[in-house]
Design a protein around this ligand. Structure first.
Ligand SMILES: Nc1ncnc2c1ncn2[C@@H]1O[C@H](COP(=O)(O)OP(=O)(O)OP(=O)(O)O)[C@@H](O)[C@H]1O
Ligand SMILES: [Mg+2]
Length: 166
């Protein structure tokens, strides 16, 4: 927890994504309603990614918190998956909420765009910035019509010159 708040320089280490995601989900669940379930479908044998672990975990925490907030109140269903695309390692976070209304889409990743009474609306803005400073991106399928939103964090495969694995 301390790592989440302390002031520090950004770092990059070659790390496996799955344990980072697991730890961030567990941290999020600690602060969530008891009984909240998250389905994890992790690809095995993923190549390591060159990341600042704390920053990537901040992205995971925000996406999973958003998904829990949005999920159907009676039958919450949040799914987190990891996988490999052509040139990226991916993590998706999907819920069974109402999806994102078309009118919210243009401002979704802008700061201070929150529909929540207690939200600052910073989570997605910060998350996309973190993804992009890693050379990746954060994208959304807004869902709707019975489907929840699905966010995809995309991280590039490391170049051979990246820092050493830790
Ligand atoms: N999975 C989702 N389903 C539906 N709407 C979503 C989802 N994720 C985000 N949103 C919408 O996008 C808005 C912005 O999300 P963001 O994470 O940036 O801010 P926040 O969660 O409101 O506040 P903060 O993250 O700063 O505590 C949310 O208020 C919500 O309206
Ligand atoms: Mg948020």
């Amino acid at each position: 927890m301390r790592h989440f708040v302390e002031k520090r320089d950004p770092v990059r280490h070659l790390l496996d994504l799955n344990p980072l995601v697991t730890e961030a989900i567990d941290l999020t669940l600690l602060a969530s309603r008891p009984g909240t379930k998250i389905t994890r479908t992790f690809a095995q044998g993923l190549p390591p990614v060159a990341v600042d672990a704390v920053q990537i975990q901040q992205v995971v925490v925000n996406l999973v918190r958003n998904a829990i907030d949005a999920a159907n109140a009676d039958f919450p269903d949040v799914r987190v998956a990891t996988g490999l695309a052509d040139d990226s390692v991916l993590m998706t976070v999907e819920d069974n909420g109402p999806g994102i209304p078309a009118e919210s889409m243009p401002d979704l990743f802008k700061a201070f765009s929150s529909s929540k009474g207690s939200g600052l609306g910073l989570g997605l803005a910060i998350s996309r910035t973190i993804a992009q400073t890693h050379g990746g991106d954060l994208k959304v399928d807004p869902g709707g019509n019975g489907r929840g939103a699905c966010f995809t964090l995309q991280l590039p495969l490391p170049s051979p010159a990246s820092s050493d694995r830790q």
